[in-house]
Design a protein around this ligand. Sequence first.
Ligand code: SF4
Ligand code: SF4
Length: 490
Amino acid sequence: MQPENENKLARQAEQDGSSRKKAVHSQASVIQIHPAGERIHPKKAEGRFAKLRILAVLATQFVFYVIPWFNWSGRQAVLFDIPDRHFYIFGLSLGMGDLIYLALLLMICAFGLFWWTTIAGRLWCGYSCPQTVYTEIMLWIDNLVEGDRNKRLKLEKAPWNFEKIRIKATKYLLIFLFCAWTGITFAGWFNPIREFVPALFTFNAGGGAIFAAAFYGFVTFFFAHIMREKVCLHMCPYARFQSAMFDKDTLIISYDVERGELRGARKKNVDPKEAGLGDCINCAMCVQVCPVGIDIRNGLQYQCIGCAACIDACDEIMDKMNYPRGLIRYTTEGALEHEYEEKDIKKRLKRPRVAGYGAVLAVVVIAFLVGISHRKMVEVDILKDRGVMVRENSKGWLENAYNLRIINNSEREQVLTASVSGFEDIALTGLPEDGIKIAPRETVTVPVQVSTIPEYADKGSHPLQFTFRYHESGAEEQTVITEDAVFIGE
Ligand code: SF4
Ligand code: SF4
């Protein structure tokens, strides 16, 4: 539809007495920039939010590509060692006995996201979600090799010739290299990367690591290059349930209907008020830059990933027209409906929903910090041997059998000794007198026996207390832990 015709229809709507909101959704407002079913080729947006997105991509990708190469205390700083069932996160070393801390870390991420979404809407999606970030990188490659939107559209329609093959081959070579390196890096989070990468190039890498690299490389290609915005539109569950976290005070990106309507083309020197127009010149730049292909002027839509490209595009137009910036801007529904002024948006942080998610997040963070600071390097589980309830040993004492499951959570060899109390005469056998040595991150199960004089242990169960002392091999300082158990009498 030509701008002149749109303008005419919009004016007609006003003359007919339609409200401004109606006009927004009138036929005049419908602009089909990205034909349904066809690949979206967004125009490159430039401006302050585009710069922020570049910074976000660089920051997140620095974490992803560079952190695995850092060492910490002589090993990879961050390593999720699945075969060894041990995770290392800088100074933190978590084994299978520490699943609770991993669960708490996941809960912190989840509640942190809920809390952040309630405050800032889809800021996470727009700037740091891996799908957005990798799609953005793919768009950089598109732009670099094929040019901006118009050139890409022209290339799509052009017949296959040498030039088109050359451009496409160059693009896919870059995409292949990028996806391959992404896959290799991903595998390096789970396998020592300083060994894995040289082994890969000398054909000595393990099959599991090669599979992880190839799989993640393909996943990157498929989701970031082939699927792109379709993941956000049709597959991402977060896009669906985040509306439950939104309220009237959540930060959103919105088109200012009151200011923008009636939209329509006009010359730069025409006074919009005199022409009966709002500030939207209906240039559709906001639609052209949108990576998910929506028109923000149709209101808040679940497809919007909050990337702010439309803000940059519209601000540029406003500058050219000498209109104030912010026809599309970060705001809240409450501010748009004049429940409070835009300058008071920050004050709306103090509301029950934000406080609720914040409180839950704080509880989980405190639980994690307290737990991790009180975490024992060695843990002992006392398991009663159910096959042997009570028996008489060679001394004529009553004896119960137990299995001690000893978990060394540390990265140093630990030496553990044990004693038991509960009766006046009591003996513990099964452990070497100078202690049992447990290798770093090892779990061992040791059968032990507790015995006592029969007259102390009449029928029924009697409380016992095990005392364990452990220390690092070669070190003097001991840590003491006590565990309760029961002794079954005659
Ligand atoms: S970029 Fe701004 S002026 Fe142009 S159509 Fe979008 S809202 Fe209207
Ligand atoms: S509507 Fe604007 S903020 Fe939302 S996805 Fe499109 S360009 Fe990004």
